[in-house]
Design a protein around this ligand. Structure first.
Ligand code: PMP
Length: 449
């Protein structure tokens, strides 16, 4: 089978003509045309291989044969909607329930992280009969109108902040108000949410939900300080609201030690609603909301049916179960822990040699390095970060990307089969690029901004 039918320049020209230009390409100056993939590798139309450090959707590896087989087998038998009684949806829900605290035992299947968060918002508002939402600064929760409204990362560039949305500071212990040297940053940042709730009440409004990623990713691969989530949950619940953990990027064992990133906050913390997406279907559009029987009960009690044409269909659920099987069979959580620790150690060693690395942070295969032009003043080295991304692609065929409010965090969220050798190669290449005079010059140039 031919892997592509058009020359790269033809594909590009058609894309420019036919596809909305706000749908951006990676490496827009010189996009890569990827025609096949396997494991952690992508191949372009000339057969050139790229090491993929950013596809967190292809969680168990690109085109994993077990996933392909499960999908094809179920497609060959039956694919209908969830109004017909079928085993797969309940068997899959049961498998997911086994990964979550007991109280999160009711599931709604949808097709994208955005749909999951939109439904979480509806559930929270229905259950609490309140309207307002507290979100973290720089957060992104999806592309639907309702979610642009609760995503400072987007609404700041668009319609602005709605009166029912309140933004809490990002609990970033590297560059936020409370840093590593604070005796209890978890409590201090949680108190900023408490203050915000009091503000909301002063305005005569009521909080329906606090929404946060368990590890803020668009915010710059931030690790929440210990104790933060439990305290916030306490404050939000005493105001009558619920805690929504967005695990769209961070769930399914990416952090290695735990299946869900919210578990990093300790056993004393359990969200009221968990949303999941990206890795669930290894690329197949599959997402979900998990919640309590009580919250789900209030949603049922409004008398309105929830129907989702594709959500929870037998093929999606077969794929979802196959993903869970591979995570277990190949011990991908163990791999994420081992490779993640090694990657972080190597990057930390690089930090001692390169002043431009201000911070190295992460858990499992969720890792970021923040580049700064000046370590004391922590000025974001945005241009240098973009330069590193470009050169890794052009010289080493390694795909990484940037995140954070200033796009100064080089991030790693590779498929979970990423190996020790892959980690060593990437760090070696970053070392070479950061040692290069051109990068050092760029760093200085940034300082003039
Ligand atoms: N939540 C988070 C944290 C995300 O990163 C994203 C997607 N980048 C979404 C929600 C929305 O997911 P989707 O693109 O599948 O709608």
């Amino acid at each position: 089978m031919a892997l592509d039918s058009l020359r790269k320049d033809e594909t590009l020209a058609m894309r420019r003509r036919l596809i909305g230009q706000s749908c951006r390409l990676f490496y827009s100056d010189d996009p890569v045309k990827i025609v096949r993939a396997r494991g952690q590798y992508l191949y372009d139309e000339t057969g050139k291989r790229y090491l993929d450090c950013i596809s967190n959707v292809q969680h168990v590896g690109h085109c994993h044969p077990d996933i392909t087989k499960a999908a094809a087998a179920q497609m060959d038998i039956l694919n209908t909607n969830s109004r017909f009684l079928h085993d797969n949806i309940v068997l899959y829900a049961d498998r997911l329930a086994a990964t979550l605290p007991k109280k999160l035992g009711v599931f709604y299947f949808v097709n994208s992280g955005s749909e999951a968060n939109d439904l979480a918002l509806r559930l929270a508002q229905q259950y609490t009969q309140h309207e307002d939402v507290i979100v973290l600064d720089h957060a992104y929760h999806g592309h639907l109108v309702s979610l642009i409204d609760i995503s400072p990362y987007k609404f700041r560039k668009l319609a602005g902040q709605k009166e029912w949305v309140h933004v809490a500071p990002l609990p970033d212990t590297y560059r936020g108000t409370y840093q590593e040297d604070h005796p209890n940053p978890g409590q201090a940042y949680a108190d900023t949410v408490k203050d915000l709730i009091e503000d909301v009440h002063r305005k005569g409004r009521k909080v329906a939900a606090f929404f946060a990623e368990s590890l803020p990713s668009v915010g710059g691969q931030v690790i929440l300080p210990q104790g933060y989530s439990a305290k916030v949950a306490e404050y939000v619940r005493s105001a009558g609201g619920v805690f929504v953990a967005d695990e769209v990027q961070t769930g399914f064992g990416r952090v290695g030690s735990h299946f869900w990133a919210f578990e990093l906050q300790g056993e004393g913390f359990c969200p009221d609603i968990v949303t999941m997406g990206k890795p669930m279907g290894n690329g197949h559009p599959l997402a979900c909301v998990a919640t309590t029987a009580e919250i789900a009960g209030s949603f049922t009690a409004n008398g309105v049916e929830y129907f989702n044409t594709f959500g929870g269909n037998p093929v999606s659920c077969a794929i979802g179960m196959a993903v869970l099987d591979v995570i277990e069979k190949e011990d991908l959580r163990g791999n994420a822990t081992r490779v993640g620790v090694h990657l972080k150690n190597l990057l930390t060693q690089l930090k001692s040699r390169h002043q431009i690395i201000g911070d190295v942070r992460g858990v499992g295969l969720f890792v970021g390095i923040e580049l700064v032009t000046d370590r004391n003043r922590k000025i974001p080295a945005t241009k240098a970060a973009a330069w590193v991304v470009k050169r890794l692609k052009e010289e080493d065929q390694i795909c990484v990307s940037t995140d954070g409010p200033w796009e100064s965090v080089v991030k790693f969220k590779p498929p979970m089969c990423f190996s020790i050798k892959d980690a060593e190669l990437v760090v070696q290449c970053i070392d070479r690029i950061l040692s290069d005079k051109e990068t050092i010059d760029l760093k200085l140039e940034n300082e003039d901004i």
